[in-house]
Design a protein around this ligand. Structure first.
Ligand SMILES: [Fe+2]
Ligand SMILES: [Fe+2]
Length: 440
């Protein structure tokens, strides 16, 4: 935190941090339809217990004060390791589709700046969104560049999708949420977030519990249309012609609850009448980090994804890049990483493209008959790309982009220290076999 000594008032210390003074961690998400609602959540310091949201239809004129509506949020105080805070949220409803709104949050003389969002059109038209794997560690120092570069290159993305492990310790603000939200800066105020919880959002301060951290629900407003007990963790959001389904693969569940989740998933896949379904969950369908079990993690989910020919599944957890299909033509499984913490890979035989020791983000372009997926490094270079086209008979066709760069298969930093001797020794020969297989 910045502290300054004021000239003329030598010795008097005052807090000059905007983070402390103004409402902050302001972000957009969806609890209900993106066509006519927008959720906003934010945090204020302990003594700012009253905070409000003001909004109006956006105008180029700055003189819109007569149009402003004032909304009282749902507010909750919460004590975390960095002190007592107030968390606020509003789900703005009855908005017009395809309409830009301006909003700010605060009270008296501590208002945020005005920011804009635009509701979804509800129409079938081309758009794109961003997908990020784990940001998780060294968020301020290095994770931030993935967010920044992705948004700078795609200011018109309709939302940012995070496939879990946004942070490392879900129950802590310092080094975690206090770095994550500033890393996205004002982008979070203008572009809605969709996120699925990872195992690290299920880890509290210093104890391990399988419950999702209270900071998940305090920070975000996601739909409550999931199975009972999984609200805001397992859910779906329909944005124009696509459905995004989030499955919380870290939740502690009884056999009955798992069964309920599979039934819920099947319904969510079956009933959707739009063009494309994306499923996101945190754990890659199979372990890929070199020291992890490579078996299929969720056979019941995999069977449903194949049965309903889900085109694309967006995941993380492995801290490396992988794209491939398993026992069916679809889904295409993507596993990515946005942050700097990296793992070495095991070259499983379903991998069609791999990448290690790199920070990435993905652009996903949606149109009625085609999905175009592009993975880029944080320098903006294309690392992977493919399309999925819907033919006139409804069949899906996968096509990898030509001229992709040579795969980056450098083992991670400290590889020799972090992995067992056997895994280190076999690395080069496994890699050679992998490259050989791909040549054929
Ligand atoms: Fe994870
Ligand atoms: Fe992770």
């Amino acid at each position: 935190m910045l502290t300054f000594y004021c000239q003329g008032q030598k010795g008097k210390e005052y807090n000059n941090s905007l983070l402390e003074q103004l409402p902050h961690h302001i972000k957009l998400s969806w609890e209900t339809s993106p066509e006519n609602s927008q959720a906003v959540s934010w945090r204020t310091r302990a003594d700012e217990s009253k905070s409000y949201l003001e909004y109006a239809e956006a105008t180029a004129s700055p003189f819109f004060e007569d149009q402003i509506e004032l909304i009282e949020p749902i507010s909750e105080s919460y004590e975390s390791e960095d002190g007592l805070w107030n968390y606020h949220s509003v789900n703005l409803q009855n908005l017009k589709p395809n309409t830009q709104y301006s909003y700010r949050v605060g009270n008296k003389d501590t208002w945020s700046e005005w920011s804009e969002f635009k509701t979804a059109t509800g129409k079938n038209e081309p758009f794109k969104f961003l997908y990020f794997g784990d940001v998780q560690r060294y968020i301020h120092s290095l994770g931030s560049r993935a967010l920044r570069q992705a948004v700078l290159a795609n200011p018109d993305a309709k939302f940012m999708l995070f496939a879990g492990d946004l942070i490392h310790r879900g129950g802590l603000n310092q080094e975690n949420w206090n770095e994550f939200f500033p890393a996205g800066g004002w982008a979070f105020q203008n572009i809605p977030t969709i996120a699925t919880p990872g195992n690290h959002e299920h880890k509290w301060a210093d104890k391990e519990t399988r419950e999702v951290t209270p900071l998940w629900n305090l920070n975000f407003c996601f739909p409550k249309n999931g199975p009972k007990g999984q609200e805001e963790q397992t859910y779906f959001i329909d944005y124009n012609n696509i459905r995004v389904i989030s499955l919380d693969t870290s939740a502690k569940m009884t056999t009955e609850q798992k069964q309920e989740t599979y039934v819920w998933l099947e319904n969510a896949l079956k009933e959707f009448k739009g063009d494309w379904v994306f499923v996101t969950f945190h754990h890659a369908m199979a372990g890929l980090a070199r020291n992890r079990n490579p078996d299929i993690r969720f056979p019941e989910i995999k069977a449903l994804l194949e049965k309903y020919k889900v085109p694309m599944v967006l995941t993380g957890h492995e801290h490396l890049y992988t794209r491939g299909r398993m026992d069916a033509d679809f889904p295409v499984y993507a596993v990515s990483v946005a942050g700097p913490y990296q793992n070495a890979i095991q070259f499983s035989d379903w991998i069609e493209r791999a990448g290690t020791t790199m920070q990435l983000y993905q652009e996903i372009h949606v149109s009625e008959n085609q999905l175009k997926y592009v993975a880029k490094t944080v320098l903006g270079e294309i690392y992977d790309a493919f399309t999925i086209t819907k033919k006139s008979n409804g069949e899906l066709q996968f096509e990898e982009a030509p001229d992709l760069p040579i795969e980056s298969l450098i083992p991670t930093k400290d590889f020799e220290k972090r992995y067992d001797k056997e895994l280190i020794k076999s690395y080069e020969s496994d890699k050679a076999k992998y490259l050989q297989r791909k040549k054929q």
